[in-house]
Design a binder for this molecule. Structure first.
Ligand SMILES: *Cc1c(COP(=O)(O)O)cnc(C)c1O
Length: 431
């Protein structure tokens, strides 16, 4: 293997794992560990792959990719996607703030989420966002009131629960089955849509669905669209001519272990077929697909230990840095940055005082020891964004790589940051 970038992302150059043109050994030396490292080239490549597939499958259907900010909300990542031409899908006022800071205009934003407050709805209308994905009749009525007080008309897409079964690896990432908290139950959707049409300060501009995450096959989308399309058509027939958008949500899967990633060409062809002749504009909300494989968590081995016949590799990264293994029983490939000889089977665990604090269990892996560096792969989505300060551990640094350059995108938290909002000396007020 020669020098330089082989393909965007992570590969070995002279035995050392690199992020594009940057040695992860060198990087760890410069910024310390634990550290999240993202390849911007890889993110751009994922964006282009999906965008190209959609454009080729349906050149005559207007569509936009709105990156789901909750997957990775770092400003540098948002900015990179903004430069690619993406919009964003947000779920909170905090994500709205981030999107604006990263340079997204109001109409580059759609606002999703099951529990928006009146304040959040007001901020959305001030932006103003492209549309609000409304998830209940109560939210619709509140939005109408908020809009009236502002003298505005709120553009609304109704998130409908298509009530389909989705094969995704963990029940926490299924969102489109009957009885889930998300969306408007399918049988209520028509009535809520008619209400939206009648309320004076909302305009029903679309329908929305998001059926889950880490979806590898086309079938769940096909089943869901087979439910949503007739609803869309019957609302149009009922005279709701403002309907323009169909938001198909996110969910496209990636490879963590050996899973087949989402087949974007199949997906694009399927969507094209499913919306043929409908005369809609489409929004997609990919999160994981755009960023997961572009990121690693770098950790350093602190200790090796044997207990109860088991091998432990103890690292300086724990569940507070990457909670997916513990929270979703998720698999993340773990690879040494340089290649030591030999193999072992071990639990890779962090320093947090919880038995649930692990990055991998019973993993066959390289025989690493204290001081060795590990790359925990596919950590670009739902990684840093789910990090916490549990055990008063400062959150890790985030670094972006572009070609053979790197930049710190988020400074490592300092100890004083941990207590910045706290008061040891209380200011009592009488109630
Ligand atoms: C989480 C989420 C997404 C993104 O899901 P991915 O599986 O990361 O693509 C899109 N839309 C909504 C409404 C979401 O909640």
């Amino acid at each position: 293997m020669g020098q330089g970038v082989l393909s965007p992302g992570f590969s070995r150059v002279d035995g050392v794992l690199h992020a594009d043109g940057v040695s992860l050994e060198r990087l760890a030396h410069e910024v310390g560990t634990p550290a999240y490292v993202y390849s911007l080239a890889r993110i751009r490549a994922q964006y282009r792959r999906l965008e190209t597939a959609l454009a080729q499958a349906m050149p005559d259907v207007p569509h936009r990719l709105h990156f789901s900010v909750k997957a990775n909300s770092n400003l540098a990542i948002l900015r990179t996607l903004q430069e690619c031409g993406a919009g964003v899908d947000i779920v909170s006022a905090g994500e709205l703030y981030r999107a604006r800071e990263a340079g997204f205009g109001g109409t580059d934003i759609v606002f999703s989420g099951v529990g928006k407050t009146a304040d959040e709805l007001r901020l959305a209308l001030e932006a103003p966002v492209l549309f609000v994905n409304v998830e209940s009749e109560g939210e619709l009525r509140l939005l109408d009131e908020v809009a009236r007080a502002m003298g505005a008309v709120a553009p609304v897409a109704l998130r409908v629960n298509p009530e389909v079964t989705v094969e995704s690896p963990h029940e926490y990432i299924r969102t489109g089955e009957k009885g889930h908290k998300f969306g408007i139950p399918y049988d209520d959707a028509e009535a809520v849509a008619r209400l939206a049409h009648e309320l004076p300060n909302v305009a029903l501009v679309g329908l929305d669905m998001h059926i889950g995450s880490q979806i590898a096959t086309w079938e769940p989308y096909a089943s869901a669209l087979a439910r949503i399309r007739p609803l869309f058509e019957s609302l149009r027939v009922a005279g709701i001519q403002t309907l323009q958008w169909l938001d198909l949500g996110g969910g496209l899967g990636v490879t963590y272990e050996a899973e087949a990633p989402a087949d974007v060409d199949r997906f694009a062809a399927g969507v094209a077929e499913a919306v043929r002749g409908l005369g809609v504009s489409l929004v997609f909300e990919p999160g994981r697909f755009l960023v997961a494989e572009a990121g690693v968590l770098l950790a350093r081995v602190l200790y090796r230990k044997r207990s109860g016949g088991k091998e432990y590799v103890i690292t300086d990264a724990g569940m507070n840095d990457l909670v997916r293994p513990s929270h979703y029983q998720a698999y993340h490939r773990i690879e040494p940055v340089t290649t030591p000889a030999g193999q072992l089977v071990a639990d890779v665990v962090g320093p947090v005082c919880e038995s649930g604090d692990f990055l991998a269990l019973g993993r066959e892996m390289a025989d690493v020891g204290p001081g060795d560096l590990l790359a925990v792969h596919t950590a670009g989505a739902y990684g840093f964004v789910m990090a916490s300060n549990y055990n008063s551990r400062p959150r890790p640094v985030e670094v972006v790589v572009d070609g053979d350059r790197y930049a710190v995108a988020t400074e490592r938290e300092r100890l004083e940051d941990l207590v910045r909002l706290e008061r040891a000396h209380l200011q009592w007020r009488s109630a």
